[in-house]
Ligand binder design. Structure first.
Ligand code: CP
Ligand code: NVA
Length: 307
């Protein structure tokens, strides 16, 4: 009964499945743009557990379920027994008897693994301290829409070797692109992911070296959720890693810039970067909706048959 497929990491699917999902995201976007109602998940329910704040993840999953004909339930640890110490496994057993899928945004990645191990229904990683795979579905969809296949291209990750960076490493493996990570010493991505990627991923301390000839440049906040007490130290240390229009000049002529958002203008990006023609951050944010609808369609059983 614990055989449901989950989406905890980009490695949970084959490259073909991932590309298929992204293509489906583009189709679902087109359906919505044409005003076509498509409700395969009528009567289906997604539970969303948020232990950290969110704008994009919450709105895209909630709107996505409604657009597919289903519903989503927002749960914060302040209001559930999980927040009062009920074991994760018990919460998973109970919730997964009532809903059709569960999305979780949490701190330790092991919370997701434990929940999934005890869940009858698919569990989706809405961001953990280690990974943010849903964001990569949107990023890969956005690249495909603007530039075609990312296979064989060069991507530069500038800044913190955080959950987003780890997911970029997984994406480099699955979508077969080269990734250059420029980060300060001591802020490297997880060595386990690096080892998995082999020579597809290289590390440097120099953002200029990382972006030279790159087709995609991506960055993220310097202080992730849960690290707030380190913010001042990080701002000082990460200063040379700010992404600016000038830095983009060193990249390929058709380079795209992405940021998963929220952005801190004046920190990881210059004040004007999101307004630059090379930035596709708003398309990228919108694609959270479409890519995740494709994910939900893939994971959640189709509508009930008429009685
Ligand atoms: N990019 C992203 O996951 O944004 P939220 O934190 O607003 O969900
Ligand atoms: N690295 C950031 C991503 C936010 C979407 C964080 O974990 O806070």
């Amino acid at each position: 009964m614990m055989s449901a497929r989950h989406f905890l990491s980009m490695m949970d699917y084959t490259p073909d499945e991932l590309v298929g999902m992204i293509r489906r995201g583009i189709e679902l976007k087109d359906l919505r743009n044409r005003g076509v109602l498509f409700e395969p998940l009528r009567g289906r329910v997604l539970a969303m557990i948020f232990e950290k704040s969110s704008t994009r993840t919450r709105v895209s999953f909630e709107a996505g379920m409604i657009q597919l004909g289903g519903q989503a339930i927002f749960l914060s640890p302040r209001d559930t027994q999980l927040g009062r110490g009920e074991p994760i496994a018990d919460g998973a057993r109970v919730m997964s008897r009532m809903v059709d899928a569960v999305m979780i945004r949490t701190f330790a990645h092991s919370n997701l693994i434990e929940f999934a191990a005890n869940s009858r229904v698919p569990v989706i990683n809405g961001l953990s301290d280690d990974l943010h795979p849903c964001q990569l579905l949107a990023d890969m969809q956005t690249f495909l829409e603007h530039r075609g296949s990312i296979k064989g291209k060069t991507v530069a990750w500038i800044g913190d070797g955080n959950n987003m960076c780890n997911s970029y490493i997984e994406a480099a493996i699955q979508f077969d692109f080269k990734l250059r990570v420029a980060c300060p010493e001591g802020y490297e991505p997880n060595p386990q992911f690096l080892a998995l990627a082999g020579d597809r991923v290289t590390l440097t301390r120099d953002p200029r070296e990382a972006v030279r000839g790159a087709h995609l440049i991506s960055t993220d906040v310097w202080t992730s959720m849960g690290q707030e007490e380190e913010a001042a130290k990080r701002i000082a240390l990460f200063k040379p890693f700010q992404v600016t229009r000038e830095l983009l000049e060193l990249a390929a002529e058709d380079v795209l810039f992405m940021h998963c958002l929220p952005a801190h203008r004046g920190e990881e990006i210059s004040e004007d970067l999101l307004d630059d023609a090379r930035s596709v951050a708003w398309d990228q944010a919108e694609n959270r909706l479409h890519a995740q609808k494709a994910l939900l369609e893939f994971l959640v059983a189709p509508a009930y048959q008429p009685a």
